[in-house]
Design a protein. Structure first.
Length: 614
């Protein structure tokens, strides 16, 4: 082989190169191997190729003996062949139409046996042609007639883009909205679909912390105005209501768009405070409450707590906890800084002021019930329990009460929660509203859960004395409140208000939380827990389609009482007489959860948890 020195003196740039080490066979560059000269293996350009540049650049082959250029050429040829095959298929090969992979993301996520296009087409056709339309759908959608990009309906699949539903069927439809292929933040479904979503949602509002006047809300939502234009509700609130309406509808053309509704609800709620809407704060609080309940129902606890925290922050920041306070406002720089609520909320009548008051208690109820249901017993303190947060807002009324003038001008509140927990309100004067019952029951449930987490077998004497004093005080309060609730026997099984049933169940759960610490050793506490658990499962209203997500936790609490009792009896006496009655209570709890486990991930998880225990 010819030496490098035979090809002239090295250049100055190569004189500093270290002496070339012998290369293994096949490691030289392609040019040096062809010329049969000694290669130093330097990369990206070896010494000989640097000293004597050639038309063919310095390249090294891969393990298969191909150069980088050759590999790239082969890749290009392969892709070109595949492209030709797809665009010009043979007779035996089905045609494939190439498309832009970055079209709106939600188009690839649609999965429905039908589409909104069908409901849109039905809006133009006789009413009996579609099951999606409400009986009130007797006029064309004003949202589709504004001629503004802000009023485009939701994304509609075109006739050339069939979509597959959960049943495996596919449909190819045409629609007057088929050109609406964008999905912007200002879009809505056609009006008949909006009516259906509202009518699916509104019957369940008492279970979801909905604190606005339902009749006014529906009328405002159906006004012939653009999305989010005053006096229509904010875009975030409407989108969240559409999300719930789709889930409640349980109809393929709507439920399949639930993920799109969720995306719009999250996006619009996050930006509503930046928009010029007179009710943007209150409506954003309402949207956050609804989103928290949505995620809670679907077993996504972290997301539920995030949105509950957002509602709490807005409520405190706007001073809703001090609405109609009898005390003077805090001095600047002292205590919690509260935004001037007159700048963001200015109710025009007693009903709108009632929405503000009920809004705070809806946030309070959500925060306390979610915390008591999912947090460890010893770590239940949250933003509303922070020092300096004193609640002065008077207890909520039902909407009929505000309409009938029960919110008088001289009604003021002071230390509302503190007075309640101290027993200063008892005996109760007058009838409690349903909203007040729920707020008080949840407050007791939260306090009982927290107190039970403080119990310990090895508490110091001083701590034990403090605990037993707090226990006796709370036990007396829970008993008094339980006695003040309307009797469930006074209602028929079908006419019983859901909120009354929920208030009884939450109060019984508070009894269990409070006495379960002593149930193993104290016969009275054990009997109280058993009776409370039986009441929770025996008074469960089934086949209602939807219940407050808190009910899942309450049924689990009751079932655990029965399981613990069976385990205790077997450990002490073996199988004894009377065990069957306990099993019947456990079966009643499982029967209560079963109808809801198909539609609720949280209830399904609770149902499975109890099954695993038994």
């Amino acid at each position: 082989m010819t030496s490098d020195s035979n090809h002239g003196s090295p250049s100055s740039s190569s004189s500093t190169r270290p002496a070339a080490k012998p290369l293994k066979r096949g490691r030289a560059c392609i040019s040096c191997r062809f010329l049969k000269i000694k290669c130093d293996g330097a990369k990206p350009i070896c010494g000989p190729c640097m000293r004597h540049p050639k038309d063919d650049g310095c390249e090294y082959s891969d393990a298969q003996g191909r150069s980088r250029t050759k590999v790239l050429e082969e890749t290009i040829q392969s892709l070109q062949a595949r492209l030709d095959e797809l665009q010009n298929p043979h007779d035996s090969t089905p045609s494939v139409t190439l498309h832009d992979p970055y079209r709106p993301y939600n188009e690839s996520r649609l999965g429905a046996s039908q589409s909104f296009a069908e409901s849109s087409r039905a809006a133009e056709a006789p009413m009996e042609a579609s099951s999606l339309l409400s009986p009130l759908s007797t006029f064309d959608s004003p949202l589709a007639s504004q001629g503004s990009p802000n009023t485009a309906p939701y994304l509609i699949p075109t006739a050339s883009s069939p979509i597959s539903g959960s049943s495996g069927r596919s449909s190819s439809v045409s629609s007057p909205y088929q050109n609406a292929t964008t999905f912007l933040g200002h879009e809505e479904p056609p009006l008949p679909v909006i009516q259906t979503l509202l009518d699916s949602f509104l019957p369940h509002v008492t279970e979801l912390g909905f604190f606005l006047h339902p009749t006014r809300f529906r009328a405002d939502a159906l006004r012939p105005l653009r999305f989010g234009q005053t006096p229509r509700p904010t875009m975030g609130l409407l989108s969240t209501v559409y999300l719930w309406g789709a889930q409640f509808s349980q109809q393929d053309p709507l439920i399949s768009y639930e993920e799109i509704f969720l995306s719009r609800a999250l996006q619009n709620t996050a930006t509503d405070l930046t928009r010029d809407h007179p009710h943007r704060v209150l409506h954003t609080i309402q949207a956050e409450v609804l989103l928290a309940y949505y995620f809670w129902r679907n077993g996504k606890i972290l997301e539920a707590k995030t949105h509950a925290g957002g509602a709490v922050s807005l409520a405190i920041g706007c001073g809703l906890h001090r609405w109609r306070s009898a005390r003077p406002p805090p001095m600047p720089g002292i205590g919690v800084v509260v935004e001037n609520t007159s700048n963001v909320m200015s109710p025009r009548d007693s009903v709108e002021e009632g929405e503000i008051i009920n809004g705070f208690w809806a946030v309070w109820t959500l925060h306390k019930s979610l915390s008591a249901a999912v947090d460890p017993a010893g770590a239940l303190c949250g933003a509303l329990d922070a020092p300096g947060i004193l609640v002065d807002t008077p207890w909520p009324l039902d909407m009929e009460g505000y309409r009938d003038g029960l919110l008088t001008q001289d009604l003021r509140g002071s230390s509302t929660i503190r007075n309640f927990l101290s027993g200063a309100e008892y005996p109760i004067q007058g009838k409690m509203s349903n909203a007040e019952m729920i707020a008080k029951a949840v407050t007791l449930f939260h306090r009982a859960s927290f107190l039970s987490g403080q119990a310990s077998a090895d508490m110091p004497t001083r701590d034990a004395q403090i605990f037993h004093s707090a226990f006796q005080s709370l036990d007396s309060l829970v008993s008094s409140f339980h006695a003040s609730l309307p009797s469930l026997d006074s209602y028929g099984s079908e006419s019983r208000p859901r909120q009354v049933t929920l208030a009884h169940a939450v109060t019984n759960a508070a009894i269990i939380k409070l006495h379960n610490v002593f149930a193993y050793a104290n016969a009275n506490s054990n009997d109280l827990c058993m009776n409370a658990a039986r009441s929770i499962v025996d008074n469960a209203q089934q086949d209602l389609g939807f219940v407050n997500p808190l009910m899942g936790s309450l049924w689990v609490t009751a079932c655990q009482v029965f399981i613990n009792e069976i385990s205790k009896r077997r450990a002490i006496h073996g199988v004894v007489e009377g065990e069957e009655s306990i099993w019947s209570g456990l079966r009643a709890g499982l029967s209560a959860m079963k109808p809801y486990s198909a539609a609720s991930q949280l209830m399904r998880a609770s149902f499975g948890y109890i099954h695993r225990l038994v």
